[in-house]
Design a protein around this ligand. Sequence first.
Ligand code: PLP
Length: 368
Amino acid sequence: MKNYKLLTPGPLTTTDTVKEQMLFDHCTWDDDYKQITQEIRRKLLALAHVSEEEYTCVLMQGSGTFGVESVLTSSVGPEDGLLIAANGAYGLRMADIAKHAGLHYKLYNEDYDQVPSAEKIAELLKENPEITHVSMVHSETTSGILNDIAAVAEVVKKAGRIFIVDAMSSFGGVDIPVAELGIDFIISSANKCIQGVPGFSFIICRRDRLMECEGKARSLSLDLYDQWKTMEKDGKWRFTSPTHVVLAFAQALREMEKEGGIAARHERYAQNNRLLIERMGEMGIHPYIREHQGPIITTFFYPENRHFSFEEMYTYIKERGYAIYPGKVTDADTFRIGNIGEIYREDIEKLCEIVKEFLAEKKQEEEA
Ligand SMILES: *Cc1c(COP(=O)(O)O)cnc(C)c1O
């Protein structure tokens, strides 16, 4: 099969050295392996700027959604109420999780090109004293918008509520001062900005909030407290751990440090993103998000008067070495390009050249 690079927001393109780690079938019960898990947990706390006294880290098998579901269904108890601020498919997925689990929840739905308003959330908290928890997405991968979690954290903390953040596609690529913002639970996964492969999610949580989860979980395998209790003992995972994914992730963390940590990675992603938007703009292709565009993924409108389908463009680009992403917003005809993973300036330049060629060929066809 012909190889291509992924311009999708996870799974994303990883290094060969990360993939090579998966050639080893590691034993799960010995101390070497447990130490790898413990080191990963410590490093993730450091990336979140939190102390081991106040916070802890839990790794959870499955994709990112399993992590979000684990937090919501383990922390929101039968007497609690959850406010979900959504401006895209991942925010709405939290409502879907809440519905499936029978949680008491309220949905604050915002337009996909607008960030949830902290003032509005403050009002909702004042009007609804039964709300105990607030959850939202940081980087809404649906559109590429970067939500203002700092402004929301301030009102949620002032109102004395628990704050849950899905930072799936931003953690590691955008610096988040988790303790300073007072975030109680923050979730991300192995296959996004840390640049590992898919297979587990991780949750950084305030210890006191986690202790309150004991016995509350609606599910056995997603019980956040029980998963933590086993892992905290000596680094053993409660059920079979995704060993190859864990080894690859440990390597991905080392490579991230080598690159210069979150600051350097953020800079590379932001440069990729700026260049992408600039070059696409030169071809008359404009971003859907006008304000609060994040550095992770961009939703673009199709050029005007186009006479081609997404599949046609996708195949053309894929044959030339890159895989792009279909649009996901509901109110416009769009496609998406992610710029995270092992992606550099050369890749963005090459991609834009391919798009340019494609558009020129289409134009020629029309005129013929
Ligand atoms: C990727 C992602 C998720 C998790 O999706 P999975 O398919 O379960 O990995 C959740 N929220 C956001 C914002 C994401 O980008």
